[in-house]
Design a binder for this molecule. Structure first.
Ligand code: PAJ
Length: 270
């Protein structure tokens, strides 16, 4: 992979890179399309990264279909696909980690300890192999995008990070590889995340600036969808991820909730 990427860059082409865990959907493909439109060559990776899953999470049942993913990436004219085995990425005895302090402990990090250490480590390893000019991430994982930007800056990785908008189903549910876990009943209940975010946006549009009031309105929306167990709903600064008292343009509204056994996340920039 390193040699193939070097060859492309040495021919003077700009190399775009889209890291994924596979089970590709239109959200992933929107990143590939953005890369395709901005870069002469595009590389993608499919790797279900074990180190970003907690011991009680869904690593073993995470959806995997490399043949399907390969077909989809071929259709989008991706030049290179990197799909290593776990043993290749983590040789026995690997003990070196990348930790983005502070940011990694909030929100998702609070519920998923060690998650962002796994993400930051694998993304820096992939960047070291691919050495892309630009790398593409989704706004769907807002905290991940903030952490990757910070890591690139702090470690002088020299990769331009591009964050692309969240792709949604027509009814508003954010596309996610984990949506396949939802049964028809849960699929309907899952809409509560987007409904709560939209409620906040609507109140903000009408002039409400008090973050506590906005949050309370969102909690009301969740209370009406009893079977869904809210993990967090927060209004934070979009760079520091610290809670804000008053919303300013650009405040980030983030939420996570369990629909049945499936944990979903979503967010909106006000
Ligand atoms: P994965 O969940 O497969 O997502 C890969 C990329 O697709 C991420 O940048 C994610 O934000 C983006 N994405 C997912 N759903 C999206 C949607 N509905 N709209 C737009 N973009 C979407 O995120 C990961 O994998 C991993 O943590 C990874 C970065 C690959 C490291 O292992």
């Amino acid at each position: 992979m390193r040699n193939a990427c070097r060859e492309i860059r040495q021919s003077g082409k700009r190399l775009g890179f889209v890291p994924t865990m596979g089970a590709l959907h239109a959200g992933h493909l929107s990143l590939v399309q953005a890369a395709r439109s901005q870069c002469a060559a595009v590389a993608a990776s499919v790797f279900v990264n074990p180190t970003q899953f907690g011991p009680k999470e869904d690593l073993s049942k995470y959806p995997r279909d490399l043949d399907r993913d390969r077909g989809l990436l071929e259709k989008e004219n991706v030049d290179l696909l990197f799909a290593p085995a776990a043993e290749e990425m983590y040789p026995a005895g690997a003990v070196t980690w990348v930790t983005v302090e502070g940011l990694s402990e909030r929100l998702e990090g609070k519920s998923r300890p060690g998650h962002f250490r796994g993400v930051a480590t694998i993304v820096s390893k992939l960047f070291n192999i691919v050495e892309p000019d630009r790398a593409y991430f989704g706004q769907k994982d807002a905290q991940q995008a903030v952490i990757i930007r910070k890591m690139v800056r702090d470690l002088d990785l020299g990769v331009e990070v591009v964050v692309c908008p969240t792709v949604r189903e027509s009814d508003g549910l954010a596309l996610s590889s984990r949506n396949v876990y939802l049964n028809p009943e849960e699929r309907k209940q899952a809409l509560v995340l987007y409904r709560a975010l939209c409620r906040v946006q609507a109140l903000a549009d009408r002039g409400e600036r008090d973050a506590m009031k906005l949050r309370e309105a969102a909690l009301q929306v969740f209370a009406e969808e009893k079977p869904v167990r809210l993990d967090y709903f927060e209004i934070v600064n979009k760079d520091s991820l610290e809670p804000v008292k008053d919303i300013v343009r650009g405040a980030l509204v983030v939420t996570a909730a369990f629909v049945g056994k499936t944990r979903l996340i979503d967010n909106l920039v006000l």
